[in-house]
Design a protein around this ligand. Structure first.
Ligand code: IPM
Ligand code: MG
Length: 366
């Protein structure tokens, strides 16, 4: 049987507890002889800095290098704890961005999915949600402002200034657009290209390259939309979107809005795909305020595991069954407190209970 080696970076805050539930689900898949998973747990994040002197220690890098795929929890501790860490070694700059750069995970798939049955979790009105929301937001993940040169200084008048560079080259733009066009082709044949070409030259080049590539995908209709307008449309008419593609910073912001329209960032898993390696992580933070209380929603972490099965191991059927099992727990009237507050009718269950119920449903389905 195929053995998949997975580096497991539980991270900070709620990371370890939601990771436990994702691993629980992977063990069910294993128990049904669908594959074998060799799990290599490794420190990553703010706690890793305090324990090992670096948020992405050398041993963790080696574990990731050796792995077929990486699954990662959220990182970051409280504001006070983070202030104890030198700025460049704080977990976002010192660990997350280096992880993305190391494996050139340029395409970040962030599904924004709300089946009609879960419409009560959304702050949007039922008529806006209609038959449900099912968007694949694709965010470029290794370019733009996040990775451009940064300078801090003081000008001739003695005023402090900062300069951050938004740089993209055509290789970077093409590789993510290729993934987006392919996904649009595979799904509904519509690609919303989110840009700001009325102001940013980076968007002008981005759109130019997309126009050059478009003839190779005659079945894909391309809709260009300014990023500010897209923010409004996501609230007013999210069902017009199927696949959306955008540069790094736009994607950071709009994907959190995606979590907002479906009711919680806890419902936002993601896949960070490169050509040689991929890693999988929830799109949200480590919620240190609720860590260790067994109340965090593990959906995004379990969903990230499902995406790993699909995109790294080609286990599409198993991934679908995990999604269905999670929806099933909600459909039975249970949810973690983040959603129960919104959804009114749902009975509140713990992080572990959610994972147990997903595992039980999956056992039946496999
Ligand atoms: C995300 C997060 C990260 C980002 C942070 C943790 C660096 O907000 O994945 O959306 O800004 O990309
Ligand atoms: Mg973000």
């Amino acid at each position: 049987m195929k053995v998949h080696r997975i580096a497991v970076l539980a991270g900070d805050g709620i990371g370890p507890e939601i990771m436990q539930e994702a691993l629980k689900v992977l063990r069910v898949v294993e128990a049904h002889d669908r594959a074998r998973f060799e799990l290599i747990e490794a420190p990553f994040g703010a706690q890793a800095y305090f324990d090992h002197g670096h948020p992405f220690p050398e041993t963790t890098r080696a574990a990731c290098d050796a792995a077929d795929a990486i699954i990662k929890g959220p990182v970051g501790l409280s504001y006070e704890a983070t202030r104890q860490i030198p700025v460049d070694l704080q977990p976002e700059r010192g660990a997350v961005l280096p992880l993305r750069a190391r494996y050139n995970t340029y395409a970040n798939f962030r599904p924004v999915v709300l089946p009609r049955a879960l419409a009560q979790f959304s702050p949007l009105r039922p008529e806006i949600i209609g038959e449900g929301i099912d968007i694949l937001l694709i965010r470029e993940l290794v370019g733009g402002l996040y990775f451009g040169a940064k300078t801090l200084g003081t000008d001739a008048q003695g005023h402090r200034y900062v300069e951050e560079t938004l740089r993209y080259d055509e290789v970077q733009i093409k590789q993510v657009l290729k993934k987006a066009l392919a996904m649009a082709q595979r799904r509904k044949g519509v690609l919303h290209n989110i840009h700001k070409s009325n102001v940013l030259k980076s968007s002008v080049l981005w759109n130019e390259i997309l126009e050059e590539m478009a003839p190779d995908y005659p079945e894909v209709e391309i809709v260009h939309m300014l990023v500010d307008a897209a923010a409004t449309h996501l609230c007013l008419n999210p069902r017009q979107f199927d696949v959306m593609v955008m540069e790094n910073m736009f994607g950071d912001i709009l994907s959190d809005q995606g979590g907002g329209i479906i009711g919680s960032l806890g419902l936002m898993p993601s896949a960070c795909l490169g050509d040689d390696k991929a890693y999988y992580e929830p799109a949200h933070g480590s919620a240190p305020d609720i860590a260790g209380r067994n109340i965090a929603n593990p959906y995004s972490m379990i969903g990230s595991a499902a995406m790993m099965l699909e995109y790294s191991f080609g286990m599409v059927a198993e991934a679908r069954q995990i999604w269905a099992a999670m929806q099933g727990v909600f459909a039975d009237g249970f949810s973690t407190p983040d959603l129960a507050q919104l959804g009114g009718a749902a009975e509140t269950i713990s992080t572990q209970d959610f994972g147990d119920r997903v595992a039980a449903k999956l056992r039946e389905a496999l």
